[in-house]
Design a protein around this ligand. Structure first.
Ligand code: SAM
Length: 293
């Protein structure tokens, strides 16, 4: 077996051989620690019957670990300069396909049917480009891509917000949007020193697992997210005050808002941060007919 890509020495060699220079704007912080990679892969619970979608393979540090453990890896890389590098580093693996595309532009349903129809399950595993963490996660969830989970490295602060419970400072619309679909837990805190170049922030590996039964059926997921965002516009204000200003019809129909809040047993004087995800789901259904535009 080849030496791991993710050692300081080998990474340096590869970067030098291909004359590669990092682009900060693309969130390029490459992993150089095989232990962290081993840990990520073990949390992903891979087998040869599992397919993996990777976002941002870089020079292939994580990709090669995935290729060894999973049946098939499809990796989306936005930076064309990395394609010849990956062709070189991934040459020992015949189960890796690299697609030169911005993941946010990708047709993920097509990807699922083109590459993964014969696999038992598909997971997303990635050391994400931090500048697009949230849009990437939300794309997979809102487009209802049939993945069973995600094991993703991100800024620790974002992982804390995603996993936060009601009543805490970190709890907000991001916690609600993601916990509506997935169970979320931090698998590992990762120091800056395992990357080159080192990011400015602490990192964490987050594990998202699809909920077996949905928390609550909502009429319109976008409206749920609009209501939850609108409830946190000014954290210290009551939910009624926030909804009055954030919903287009809110100011005109204060009494109706109060009535709807009461109808789902939510005291209008509570703060948004005290509502559970289920309460937000019920509330958005109650408001839908009169307040969605
Ligand atoms: N997986 C590699 C590793 O762990 O060493 C690299 C991870 S690095 C944090 C993020 C990678 O995502 C970079 O290779 C970057 O070029 C790529 N990237 C950035 N934005 C992207 C996008 N919108 N779609 C696909 N890849 C992207």
């Amino acid at each position: 077996m080849m030496k791991d890509i993710a050692t300081p020495m080998r990474t340096k060699e590869i970067l030098k051989k291909h004359g590669f220079s990092f682009k900060k704007s693309l969130g390029q912080n490459f992993l150089i620690d095989p232990n962290v990679l081993g840990n990520i892969v073990s949390h992903a619970g891979l087998s040869k019957k599992t397919g993996v979608i990777e976002i941002g393979p870089g020079i292939g540090a994580l990709t090669e670990h995935l290729a060894r453990s999973a049946g098939k890896v499809v990796a989306f890389e936005i930076d064309g300069r990395l394609l010849p590098v990956l062709e070189d580093t991934m040459s020992p693996y015949d189960n890796v396909t690299v697609i030169h595309q911005d993941i946010l532009q990708a047709d993920l349903q097509q990807t699922m049917s083109d590459y993964f129809s014969e696999y038992d399950d598909v997971v997303v595993v990635a050391n994400l480009p931090y500048y697009v963490t949230t849009p990437i996660i939300m794309k997979f969830l809102m487009e209802k891509v049939a993945i069973t989970g995600m094991i993703i490295m991100m800024q620790k602060e974002v992982a804390d917000r995603i996993t936060a419970n009601p009543g805490t400072k970190a709890y907000g619309s991001l916690s609600i949007a993601i916990q509506y679909y997935m169970d979320a837990e931090v698998s590992m805190i990762v120091p800056k020193t395992v990357f080159v170049p080192q990011p400015n922030v602490e990192s964490a590996v987050l594990k998202l697992t699809r909920k077996t039964t949905p928390l609550a059926e909502v009429i319109d997921e976008n409206f749920l997210f609009q209501v939850s965002k609108g409830s946190f516009v000014q954290r210290r204000k009551t939910i009624i005050n926030n909804l009055q200003t954030s919903l287009p019809e809110g100011k005109l129909k204060k009494e109706l808002l109060v009535e709807k809040l009461n109808s789902v047993d939510i005291d209008p004087s509570r703060r948004g941060e005290t509502l559970t995800v289920e309460e937000f789901a019920k509330l958005s259904n109650a408001l839908y007919a009169d307040f969605s535009s």
